[in-house]
Design a binder for this molecule. Sequence first.
Ligand SMILES: N[C@@H](CCC(=O)N[C@@H](CS)C(=O)NCC(=O)O)C(=O)O
Length: 214
Amino acid sequence: MRIVYGANASPFVRKVRVALAEKGLDYELEPVFPFNVSADFKKLSPLGKIPAFRDGDHVLADSSVICAYLERRHPTPALYPADPYQYARALWFEEYGDSALVAVTGAKIFFKKIVGPLFMNQPLDQAGIDQAVAEDLPPLFDYLDSQLPEGGMFAGKDLSIGDIGIATQLVNLMHAGYGVDGQRWPKLADWVGRVHGRPSFRRLIDEEAPQFRG
Ligand SMILES: N[C@@H](CCC(=O)N[C@@H](CS)C(=O)NCC(=O)O)C(=O)O
């Protein structure tokens, strides 16, 4: 029995769920809201962060660790390229999503627009959000657009963990009401449409969206 522990709005939980879906693996989602987690949850995730994962007797934390485990345990379809350089690029873009991108799309936009006001009774900081959208996002999108081949993926020709790691952060951006301007970043906008259109992402986006309309 596989269990993903976490909230479906988390980009890191979504990264694991998309990897599971791409590999055709079933699982249950056990809801855990981050921040002030229980002592029992910290036995699964010592840093108290979501996601955690159970595969029978095996327990893991951290989306990157969980995805790497899934790849070794269920190698096909591969989400990590065989070519050494493309493999490293896939890891790089996963890391870029997990660090640089989430710092803006997560902390400065999704959290301020959705999590704080809707779930934590915090006032809306629209000026802070506007500033992040106008000043912090464009350099990240400039870089990402520059790294994509026309009609392609971030690391080799097939979907990889690098694509999933970037695309999952952009789902949160979309839930907050923002997107990638196709006039300014045409390759990135085209790529995000293709990746978010895959059944693995589409199903989760449709599941998550209703809770943010409000
Ligand atoms: N490196 C971790 C990051 C996970 C993470 O930051 N999750 C957030 C929710 S999106 C969390 O649990 N935050 C609570 C906290 O930092 O205490 C991973 O990839 O799983």
